[in-house]
Design a protein around this ligand. Sequence first.
Ligand code: FES
Length: 116
Amino acid sequence: MKLCHWNDLPDGESRGFDPAGRGQDTVLIVRQGERLYAYADLCPHLDTPMAWRKDKYLNAAGDRIVCAAHGALFDITNGLCTLGPCLGDALVPVPLTVQANGEIHIAPTNHKETNP
Ligand code: FES
């Protein structure tokens, strides 16, 4: 599922996406240089969206993802909460693929549910 093009993601910034057409963003991406970090837009504290404004998921320094509700801070590279009410919890990563033409897609999931 296509989200955007690489050129749509400025270095050092974040952006939200609504791939399921729910009327609110459910996936966030942060670009740092040539790396992309994508997570479900859902704070582990109260399972709420985190942007403080459309596409704004980073703190003022731009070095942490921040939840607008209660200020939890998350490491951009691994989604781990480093400060706040959900300390030690983590954002849920969203796997991406970058196509040769620069399009960024949510990676298809191939895993099958297995019941014991
Ligand atoms: S809902 Fe995110 S810190 Fe409380």
